[in-house]
Write a protein that binds this ligand. Structure first.
Ligand code: S3P
Length: 434
């Protein structure tokens, strides 16, 4: 699938983007191992979240839906999962693979996790290594890549682990393994990362202890009680429209019911530092997660040095923020973001290449990028099977001098299945080919 974008236009109106991907994954995982029935609303019906549903169905969990964002999970309890018949296909989803590895380490059966061409290139030793320290048997392929086989023996011991990188996936993997471990499992992170696992475990009645700002701990052997989960709209998906409105003169867009967890709002903080006209209304807490409505109107942006403490809080939003930087006056510098090189694509290189194609000076560095604001031209860019790259360059067309053609856009369906429809409704001149 390819996207064809005509240049110009602006975005207006009120939109609700699909459910949060991170929270959707976790709602299935925790619902599956809880006692009782968990009802989920606002669930992301994207391919990544469906991969998680399919994996749990393959392990004997009855799951109804999704239908219009509603899912019902019949929990089997902490020890009720059954051995799958074949490999579990995680598609494009790193979150499914890494979090599931932790859960599988606690089972009494073996399972193999496989993924698509992009996921098959991503590092898995970051979870395999600490799981082995807990006593699990985990095999990865050359270079620590998938497929990953977890030979569950039902014997894990709690450990303390200092995360070498700021990763919510690794933290969550270890907390899920910790549910099955003897004694306490604790994780210290080098910088705050999304805490949806911790919040949702508490929502399922499982005791999670936050020790200071950086350490989280739990004890194995408890139980989770089924609950109801209302998934907020994904701030990572809302980002494309926030940036679209920020860069396109005449824009005025409101994104409703967006998750505003403090560990996810780096994009708001960074856009505001760049001079964006962004306001938040109707702030409230839904199911343990803060939500609100975000309104963005066009305002000329300026280049900034992005504060490094914002990097983990905006980690998935950088491809879109690079488009904002390309439209800003002056230079934007990002440092301390080497993790971007191991996402669904090498997001530093792929964005630098695409921006260069469109005539923007973008200099990749080992851990970031330097972008000079300028005039976006036209051309063909490659998304490298990365949903967020495809959507970011779609937004760029609002300020481009000519058409933009984006290749390999199928994976937009992993996180934002109705992106094209919402983009058209908001005013973007996007068409799908193939
Ligand atoms: C996620 C954590 C982040 C993020 C990913 C989703 C999660 O990954 O990039 O899209 O749901 O825990 P890392 O843990 O690799 O930073």
């Amino acid at each position: 699938m390819e996207f064809l974008l005509k240049p110009g236009g602006c975005v207006t109106g009120t939109l609700r983007v699909p459910g949060d991907k991170s929270i959707s994954h976790r709602s299935i995982m925790l619902g599956a191992i809880a006692d009782g029935v968990t009802d989920i609303s606002g669930f992301l019906e994207g391919e990544d979240a469906l991969s998680t549903i399919n994996a749990f169905r393959a392990m004997g969990v009855a799951i109804e839906g999704p239908e219009q964002g509603r899912v019902r999970v019949h929990g089997v309890g902490l020890h009720g999962l059954r051995a799958p018949q074949g490999p579990l296909d995680m598609g494009n989803s790193g979150t499914s693979m890494r979090l599931l590895a932790g859960l599988l380490a606690g089972q009494r059966f073996s399972a193999t996790l496989i993924g698509d061409v992009s996921l098959s290139k991503r590092p898995m030793e970051r979870v395999a290594k600490p799981l082995r320290l807990m006593g699990a048997s985990v095999d990865t392929q050359e270079g620590g890549r998938p497929p990953m086989t977890i030979n569950g023996q039902g014997r894990l011991r709690g450990i303390h682990y200092d995360l070498p990188m700021a990763s919510a996936q690794v933290k969550s993997c270890l907390l899920l393994a910790g549910l099955y471990a003897e004694g306490e499992t604790s994780v210290t992170e080098p910088a705050p990362t999304r805490d949806h696992t911790e919040r949702m475990l508490s929502g399922f009645g499982y005791a999670v202890e936050q020790r200071g700002p950086a350490t989280v701990a739990l004890r194995g052997g408890g139980r989770l009680n089924a609950t109801a989960i209302d998934v907020p709209a994904d701030i990572s998906s809302a980002t494309f429209f926030m940036v679209a409105a920020a860069i396109a003169p005449g824009s005025d867009v409101t994104l409703t019911h967006v998750g505003l967890n403090p560990t996810r709002i780096g994009v708001i903080n960074i856009l505001r530092l760049m001079g964006a006209d962004l306001t938040i209304a109707n702030e409230r807490v839904v199911g343990g997660e803060p939500v609100g409505d975000i309104r963005v109107r066009f305002a000329q942006l300026k280049g900034i040095d992005i504060p490094e403490d914002q990097v983990p809080l905006a980690i998935d939003e950088f491809p879109a923020l690079f488009i904002a930087a390309a439209c800003a006056e002056g230079v934007t510098v990002l440092r301390g973001a080497e993790e971007l090189r191991v996402k669904e694509s090498d997001r530093i290189q792929v964005m630098a290449d695409g921006l260069a194609t469109l005539g923007i000076r973008a200099e990749p560095t080992p851990d970031g990028i330097v972008i000079e604001g300028g005039r976006l031209g036209s051309g063909t860019v490659h998304s490298h099977h990365d949903h967020r790259i495809a959507m970011s360059f779609s937004v760029a067309a609002l300020r481009a001098g000519g058409p933009i053609h984006i290749e390999n856009c199928d994976n937009v369906a992993t996180s934002f299945p109705n992106f094209v429809e919402l983009a058209q409704r908001a005013g973007m001149r996007i068409e799908v080919k193939g």
